[in-house]
Design a protein around this ligand. Structure first.
Ligand SMILES: Cc1cc2nc3c(=O)[nH]c(=O)nc-3n(C[C@H](O)[C@H](O)[C@H](O)COP(=O)(O)O)c2cc1C
Length: 210
């Protein structure tokens, strides 16, 4: 079967793309609302874009042309937290996608405890095994629906005790969840370990070397 991208409307293209680019990790983003409440929503168009400094990126669409609360709050305050939920938090992750007016705090509504930010004013989720305190870096618009790719620099990593072994996250202990098409999620399947392929060590660009 062949599909021409130009024959598809935004809803059809979204359905297709979100079923093709799978599985997607979920950035569970907390931001401060204009009234100071903790806004919370999941975003699975998410990845990391740099390791030095560490930077993450997330694509935030619009609701009928209007920025989502998360996007408006990031632009207004200049910071946000990417929380990583585990299997035990899946119902709350899903429920936090419900559309609410900006003054409603999804964290409060769902009874999720928060902890104050340490390097930024935005609080993080107390029960998340990992939270990344981020400072807004840039936003790039893409396409005709007003979607925007937000990039933030990670200033502090909060990692639950025991999850970090020799500088690496123990993925089995983390029990991450991912999104597939529609309201469907998956957890970690069997881990298959292959021969390690030697990679040139990560280094700074010559122009950045002190
Ligand atoms: C698991 C999951 C992943 C999602 N990923 C995205 C995404 O990557 N980008 C996006 O714009 N919306 C995504 N959404 C929809 C938003 O979470 C939803 O629009 C939410 O209401 C936004 O909340 P806000 O207005 O408080 O920012 C996702 C929803 C779910 C359930």
């Amino acid at each position: 079967m062949r599909l021409d991208a130009s024959d598809l409307n935004p809803e059809q293209t979204y359905r297709l793309m979100s079923g093709i680019v799978v599985p997607r990790p979920i950035a569970w983003i907390s931001t401060l609302s204009p009234a100071g409440g903790v806004n919370l929503a999941p975003f699975s168009c998410y990845t990391f874009v740099s390791n030095t400094p560490p930077m993450v990126g997330v694509n935030i669409g619009r609701k009928a042309g209007v920025r989502k609360d998360t996007a408006s709050n990031i632009l207004a305050h200049g910071h946000f937290v990417v929380n990583i939920g585990d299997e035990s938090l899946l119902d709350a992750i899903h429920a936090s996608a419900e559309e609410h007016p900006p003054e409603i705090s999804e964290a409060e509504l769902l009874g999720l405890a928060v902890l104050p930010g340490e390097t930024i004013a935005t609080p993080r989720l107390a029960d998340a095994p990992i939270s990344l305190e981020c400072r807004y870096h840039s936003v790039t618009p893409f396409g005709a629906t007003g979607a925007e790719f937000f990039v933030g620099e990670v200033l502090r990593f909060h990692i639950r005790d025991g999850l970090l072994q020799d500088g690496k996250i123990d993925t089995t202990l983390l029990r991450p969840v991912c999104r597939i098409g529609g309201p469907n999620y998956a957890s970690l399947g069997p881990i298959v370990t292959k021969r390690a392929i030697r990679q040139t060590a990560k280094s700074l660009m010559p122009s950045e070397t002190p």
